[in-house]
Design a protein around this ligand. Structure first.
Ligand SMILES: [Zn+2]
Length: 413
């Protein structure tokens, strides 16, 4: 389809036809009459094509923190006129880009994503028959996790004149394709380190470091995180959509007095460089560590003796961090010169300290409110009890967890 043309000066039109058909007025009339049927046909076709319904196909996808291509696809069920594409993502990195293919042919080739969402209006009109497939490829060169959204905008066409547009029931947006993915399956221990790394990256969306040191620990971390994500998809979504990486590091021989697991935030050089690092000291076997953890629970020091309690606790820190702004996070940790709260916060009254240590754990009174929030999160998500009671239901503690912005998974009330 070309641009519309406007005749400003009729003499110029005659001039043009004189040249082309060497016409006087009679020739011109004959010429038009000869073309009349074709002109009417053309008008009919174009007028009928203008009947349609403006439509949008909206899709989204969680992109884990891996370098790969991620594909969204849609097949039109009717004839369509494609009018535009809107594209956005929850986090932006300069090196990521986007391709759009129609039935496998490239329409947009590696177009850089923009920091703000972008709408591309089509200046050429593309008509596609039913069963045409449009493919959106996000080239995640940055390896950062994010959620991406695509709206494909088009007009559903009706070839017949006077056809009333059908009334369609509104449909739910297409769910992410995650329902089909391996995260939904029962956990199976990897038999090689590479398998464990692939599972961590591709399924869990976490960043594994030094997994080659211990397959046993790699499997333990994967299994604990998998269980947490399966039970609490809202926690998984935080991890997979956050612009901050969740990194699990295995240490070969960290000093024994550091315990077997610990988490901390890697200080940023810029805001986006924040990372949640969870270190695991492989000096201990999984079995020995679990035993130590159980004893620590029985002594009242830790909130749970569950074999995955430490993983839940550290992810609790991560969710807490992601649940607040950087300013709020600094406010929450303001009592600490190294950004982690003093061991005994002035906010912790003797009464509150006593309730927390009886209902949750002694450790939850340290670096208040940071460790309280992580310990609370662990017992809350594991539904654990101490002395037969659920400490996380204690009204004072519920309130303290909320006012300090602890994350409550959607799946729990
Ligand atoms: Zn902690």
């Amino acid at each position: 389809m070309g641009f519309a043309k406007y005749i400003i000066n009729i003499d110029e039109l005659f001039e043009k036809f004189n040249i082309e058909v060497n016409a006087n007025m009679e020739d011109f009339k004959d010429y038009l009459e000869g073309k009349l049927d074709a002109i009417i046909d053309l008008l009919k076709q174009n007028l009928s094509k203008k009947k349609g319904i403006q439509s949008i196909k909206s899709m989204s996808k969680s992109i884990p923190a891996i370098v790969n291509d991620f594909i969204l696809e849609y097949t039109f069920s009717e004839n369509v006129m494609l009018t535009g594409i809107t594209y956005s993502q929850s986090a932006w990195k300069a090196e990521d880009n986007l391709s759009v293919l129609i039935n496998g042919s490239v329409l947009f080739d590696h177009v850089y994503t923009k920091e703000l969402g972008e709408y591309k209006h089509f200046h050429a009109v593309y008509y596609f028959p039913a069963n045409t497939t449009i493919t959106i490829i996000h080239h995640n060169h940055s390896g950062n996790s994010k959620l991406m959204w695509v709206d494909i905008e088009f007009v559903k066409l009706f070839e017949e004149n006077n056809v009333d547009p059908p009334i369609e029931e509104p449909s739910e947006p297409e769910p992410d394709d995650e329902d089909e993915n391996i995260c939904k399956r029962e956990f199976e221990k990897a038999s090689t380190v590479q398998e464990a790394i692939d599972f961590a990256r591709n399924c869990l969306g976490i960043v594994p470091r030094n997994y080659e040191i211990s397959l046993e620990w790699a499997n333990h971390i994967n299994e604990g995180t998998h269980q947490l994500f399966r039970e609490y998809p809202s926690v998984r979504d935080i991890v997979q959509n956050s612009e901050y990486e969740l990194v699990f590091v295995l240490y070969e021989k960290a000093p024994e007095n550091n315990g077997y697991v610990g988490g901390y935030f890697q200080p940023p050089t810029s805001q986006n460089n924040y990372k949640m690092i969870i270190g695991v000291n492989t000096h201990y076997t999984v079995q020995k560590s679990t035993k130590m953890w159980e004893q620590s629970f029985l002594s009242g020091f830790n909130a749970s003796g569950h074999k995955f309690a430490t993983i839940y606790h550290e992810v609790g820190h991560y969710c807490h961090f992601n649940n607040v702004s950087i300013d709020r996070w600094i406010e929450l940790t303001q009592y600490d010169p190294d950004g982690y709260g003093v061991e005994k916060s002035p906010q912790l009254t003797p009464t509150l300290e006593s309730i927390i240590s009886q209902q949750i754990s002694t450790y939850a009174t340290y670096w208040y409110p940071i460790e309280f929030v992580a310990e609370y999160f662990a017992v809350y998500t594991l539904r654990e009890k101490r002395n037969g009671t659920q400490g996380y239901d204690h009204p004072t503690l519920r309130n303290k967890y909320n006012v300090n912005n602890g994350f409550r998974p959607n799946e729990l009330t």
